[in-house]
Design a binder for this molecule. Structure first.
Ligand code: ATP
Ligand code: MG
Length: 454
């Protein structure tokens, strides 16, 4: 955080705290509400329970709703429990339905029901409708607070409608145009609306090629579309194209963060890094299955080395370079893997084409392998005064790096072809495959060159 922001935060806290101690509601509201809800939330979560309860009594449920959706999901539950149930229910009703659903999804079923029962009926219904949608689909992240207008009215009239609906809409930047049966037929941006002739019909001013997503669409695909089209919001429709909700760009930022951390943990063979329920036992249980599989694959690698026992006993110096060669294989494979998985996740690979990526990775592998191989060859020669050994290790590095880079790229691409999520633990998998490949190359060559080595 910048120093300036830090100093401002400290000043803000001092002022607000002072107002709380004086129990001066007006002063508190004057200071507190001037700040961004994110800063308000930061202050709020830091307070003890009794201070928070006091703040609740100073703020309306609507003001609290603004603040509350800026609190981390992990902390929301506890904070909600400290609130009067009626106040909490009012606050949830004031939140945008999608944000309220995010909060409720973290709670026990019976608590959700009790909040929904005390809540204002209309808001409760909206939230209930959203709670049905499966997690990680467009339906689960959309909100129902959008502006929709019918096509057969004038621009002037549409502006009037916008004015009355604006206070409650999550975004007013796009107006979605629907027919008599609530089916999405067009869209018009606020800019287009303002610059259009007031007597024109919406049906003439609107854009009737609307890009939309289906409610059951995976949120990752929604994020991709949002990124490709650069819209600030996307409409969500059912199979008959009825307009159900919108997804705004701020929700997509959260999705991207969630998906990126998902991919990252899967890549490391740790399903769902979930810091909220992080006990050693549950973490161990999640990591162990993969580690045990890898353990046995590692044994296989060990037995492979065992098969070259005679080569090793003839020339024990060979053992010295095993970690170097296997390590380089692992490193280069992981680099290529990261590039490929990232490319698949962002959709770039779909556009560039699989073969171009592979060709590029092979090229990179050859260049990197050649340089590393030559460096190693010279170093081993100087160190061991054994030209044949230097040549062996150098060529092994060259071949290993080239093949590993290729494997690192090709494995996730093949998995992707067969609709397996390549992010699922391909990291440890690649490392192990590359260990095996590198051992085979190294000892194969060593056996072949044995006469020159000793
Ligand atoms: P600005 O560029 O200042 O943001 P704008 O009117 O160009 O204003 P954009 O967000 O750039 O607004 O949107 C570009 C165009 O895309 C607008 O004409 C808008 O009507 C249209 N549009 C918005 N949403 C959709 C959609 N879901 N499908 C198709 N077109 C859309
Ligand atoms: Mg534009």
């Amino acid at each position: 955080m910048s120093d300036l922001k830090k100093r401002m935060d400290e000043q803000f806290e001092a002022f607000v705290f002072d107002a709380i101690q004086k129990k001066d509601i007006d002063l508190f509201r004057q200071e507190f509400l001037e700040f961004h809800p994110y800063d308000q939330a930061k202050f709020y979560v830091k307070q003890e329970k009794d201070v928070r309860i006091l703040i609740n009594s100073y703020l309306t449920p609507a003001e609290m709703a603004e603040l509350f959706h800026n609190i981390d999901v992990e902390e929301q539950e506890d904070i909600l429990h400290d609130m009067e149930p009626a106040y909490a229910a009012d606050m949830l009703a004031e939140m945008y339905a999608d944000d309220a659903v995010d909060v409720l999804n973290e709670l026990q079923k019976d608590q959700v029901v009790s909040y929904l029962t005390i809540m204002d009926n209309e808001a409760a219904q909206e939230i209930k409708d959203l709670l049905h949608y499966e997690e990680k689909t467009a339906g689960s992240i959309m909100t129902t607070e959008f502006v929709s207008i019918s096509a057969n009215q004038t621009v002037r009239n549409a502006m009037k409608i916008l004015k009355t609906e604006a206070p409650d809409a999550e975004t007013i930047y796009y107006l979605y145009v629907t027919d008599d049966e609530e089916r999405l037929v067009g869209v018009i941006s606020l800019r287009d609306l303002i610059i259009s002739d007031e007597d024109k019909l919406i049906s003439e001013a609107m854009n009737d090629r609307v890009v939309s997503v289906s409610v059951s669409e995976d949120q990752e695909n929604v994020a991709k579309m949002m990124k490709d089209y650069d819209f600030l919001a996307l409409p969500v429709v059912d199979f008959q194209r009825h307009l159900l909700g919108i997804i705004t760009v701020d929700d997509i930022i959260d999705v991207m963060e969630e998906e990126a951390s998902d991919d990252y943990s899967k890549l490391a063979g740790v399903p769902e890094i979930d810091s909220s329920d992080y006990s050693s036992i549950s973490a161990a249980r999640k990591r162990l299955p993969w580690l045990i599989i890898l353990l046995f694959l590692g044994m296989f690698t060990a037995s492979l080395i065992g098969r070259f026992e005679s080569a090793l006993s003839q020339l024990s110096i060979l053992a010295v370079f095993i970690p170097l060669i296997a390590g380089m294989a692992g490193n280069t494979g992981t680099q290529a893997l990261a590039v490929a998985v990232r490319g698949i996740a962002t959709g770039d690979i779909g556009q560039t084409g699989t073969f171009r990526i592979l060709k590029k990775e092979i090229g990179t592998g050859i260049i990197v392998g050649l340089i590393c191989g030559i460096l190693v060859m010279i170093t081993v020669n100087v160190w061991q005064h054994n030209f044949a050994l230097g040549l062996l290790v150098g060529i092994s590095i060259f071949l290993t790096v080239t093949v590993s880079t290729f494997a690192g790229a090709v494995v996730p691409l093949v998995m992707h072809r067969f609709k397996i999520d390549p992010a699922v633990a391909s990291g440890p998998f690649i490392t192990t495959i590359n260990d095996i490949i590198s051992i085979l190359i190294y000892f194969g060559l060593a056996t072949f060159l044995m006469n020159y080595l000793i």
